[in-house]
Design a protein around this ligand. Sequence first.
Ligand SMILES: [Fe+2]
Ligand SMILES: [Fe+2]
Length: 260
Amino acid sequence: MGPQAASRPMTLSERADELEERMMHELNEKIATKSVLFNLADGKRDMIGGAELMAQNPGKYFLMGDDPRLPKMPAKPTLLDFLKYRFVSGATNHLLQSATLALKSGHDEKVVLACLLHDIGVAGFIRCDHGYWGAQLIEPYVDEEVSWSVRVHQALRFFPDESVGYAYPDMYLKYFGPDYKPEPYIQKEYKRARKHRHYMTARLICVNDIYSFDPNAVVNLDDFVDIIGRHFKQPKEGLGFDNTPSSHMWRTLMWPTRFL
Ligand SMILES: [Fe+2]
Ligand SMILES: [Fe+2]
């Protein structure tokens, strides 16, 4: 960096970045860390190593538990706790609107639950391959019909089915352009799904998926507490502490900035 660059006043966004970076690592005398994935999402292939962070924060230990910037989770968290304290409220609202539509349309409770959880990957975790991540997260706790449908709805959304009045979404034309073609793995998933016994459950997720998000829609999580109670096997130890193949995913949602 030349002298000119050094004396250049920081832009607003650089100042905001610096402040964020500083706040990130200075919480309650603990050092929070950002995983590689969080940096990749900012277009940076970067991770500050442990020794460097310790040198920047003398006398402090790394955060190995709750991040004080996030709402505190109960000791034995339930699905509802994650919906309330971790998932993004706009996305949760989308899930509630879709499930409300499915309920009003008279679908059975497994379909309603599949609609309620279909974008749980986006709401709490990640966009890329959200169907697969979401399905993996809930797989140990729901009927295979629900998790399978959540997994493949991601592929089915790109393919019309006139038998249920489902067309290629206008929103996708707007979002991805007229020339977008789903990748081969999505096309293969669609072909496999067509022949699957739970095809229609996954298809009904697409039919009840609300494209136009309505911020004023009246939806209520309480309407689904009974359905969740009947069809989501809440572990007595709490999600994350029950030693299933997805427990670590729930723990990561709970403690996204733990050092290890
Ligand atoms: Fe989705
Ligand atoms: Fe959706």
